[in-house]
Design a protein around this ligand. Structure first.
Ligand SMILES: Nc1nc2c(ncn2[C@@H]2O[C@H](COP(=O)(O)OP(=O)(O)OP(=O)(O)O)[C@@H](O)[C@H]2O)c(=O)[nH]1
Ligand SMILES: [Mg+2]
Length: 376
């Protein structure tokens, strides 16, 4: 049950005067969405987190008094913690210590209802916690220390438990491979119909599902909470002149951990395999944040997932919340992106400019028709 939490960040770039604030604010929103009450925060500037505690020793002591004076029961780090850092911090602070990776998985778990999402979450959780569990078990059975029972019953149980963790992970990965095979078969089936796929992607909360619902007439869950959508939804949409599969997917966050990307490849494949990608952005946020979120998603799509940038259309959503006087300022701030990707301004919830978006998408589908059919 979420209780009182202290947020922590190792600020590795001393010249960063704004981004770290955004990171902490995002961490706060994610924690609050789960029901944590944030009672304090602790930031240390250092080029590299320390191997043992992430924070330096003096800062750990300061954090210890903050935890005790605020009566916090959880410490949440923005930085990804190693098993060793987590274990050491928990021992000194005498409270639960998690990082943003684990916090995100907690949110995912609270939202997940389908088999595929649960499987991906479990793979992500086990992959991350493996070294931590190893340390806990070694401590429990006093492995690696001078101890009379070394090479005896304690070590036997330790090896046994580590073995069962490994088997569990490899079983889950096997199951994941089966789903990947099924996904491949479904993809081929859709391709054999000769219909292209258009995928809606973007930062979490950008309004992707609201757009999906507006274009399909469906009523998939929409909410201001992060990660409302976890598994992809396909729908055979009837556009103005043609039919295509419209796909709604999971939202992205900043500093996405490579282990998370690997665990969620089933969902991410839906984006990679699409013929057109709608990169949805909430244009009602401050100019810097709008820019920063486009940058984040664009880099995940193009650099990490190796998606061809020519497939991307930028959808600037929630324009109903923007004061018309501010719009041109926002557009000039993201001009390098609007030059790089074609862009359409819409309001998914008000239905503004959706016909234009549809015709834009359909024209693009027409222009890549030969490439799509060539893939069949
Ligand atoms: N004012 C306004 N609100 C919108 C618009 N589009 C979406 N929203 C709101 O933004 C919030 C997030 O919408 P979702 O459609 O759930 O966003 P999402 O990108 O699918 O979010 P995740 O699935 O969590 O990644 C909800 O409260 C929506 O009502 C819009 O065009 N205008
Ligand atoms: Mg959604």
């Amino acid at each position: 049950m979420p209780g009182k939490a202290v947020l922590c960040l190792v600020k590795t770039n001393p010249h960063d005067h704004e981004l770290y604030r955004f990171k902490l604010e995002e961490l706060r929103r994610l924690a609050e969405a789960l029901g944590y009450s944030i009672v304090g925060e602790s930031i240390q500037v250092r080029v590299k987190p320390t191997v043992d505690y992430a924070f330096g020793w003096g800062k750990v002591m300061e954090l210890k008094s903050l935890v005790s004076s605020t009566d916090a029961d959880t410490v949440i780090f923005y930085n990804t913690l190693t098993g060793k850092q987590k274990f050491n911090l928990e021992r000194i602070l005498r409270c639960r210590v998690i990082d943003r990776y684990e916090l995100t998985l907690e949110i995912f778990s609270s939202m997940a209802s389908d088999e595929v999402s649960k499987l991906q979450i479990e793979v992500a959780r086990l992959s991350k916690s493996f070294t931590y569990e190893k340390i806990i078990l070694a401590e429990k059975y006093r492995i690696g220390r001078e101890h009379p029972s070394l090479r005896s019953r304690g070590e036997y149980i330790y090896r046994n438990q580590i073995g069962s963790l490994k088997r569990r992970l490899s079983k889950l990965k096997e199951k994941m491979n089966k789903y990947l095979e099924m996904q491949k078969a479904q993809l081929e089936k859709r391709r054999s119909l000769g219909l292209p796929s258009v995928c809606i992607t973007g930062y979490y909360n950008a309004g992707k599902t609201t757009l999906f619902n507006a274009l399909t007439g469906l009523r998939k869950p929409v909410s201001p909470l992060p990660f409302t959508t976890l598994s992809s939804k396909y729908y055979l949409a009837q556009g103005i002149t043609r039919r295509f599969f419209l796909v709604d997917t999971i939202g992205f966050v900043y500093d996405l951990d490579p282990m998370m990307i690997d665990s969620f490849k089933l969902t991410l494949n839906d984006i990679v395999q699409s013929d057109i990608i709608l990169l949805v952005v909430d244009i009602s946020e401050s100019e810097d944040i709008v820019r920063f979120k486009i940058e984040t998603v664009s880099s995940i799509l193009e650099d990490t997932l190796k998606i061809d940038g020519s497939k991307i259309i930028l959808v600037l959503n929630k324009v109903d919340l923007v004061n018309p006087v501010d719009l041109s300022g926002k557009l000039s701030k993201i001009a390098d992106y609007t030059r790089r990707y074609p862009s359409v301004i819409v309001s998914a919830s008000m239905g503004y400019n959706l016909e234009y978006l549809l015709s834009f998408v359909e024209n693009k589908l027409e222009s890549i028709k030969d490439t799509v059919y060539a893939k069949l």
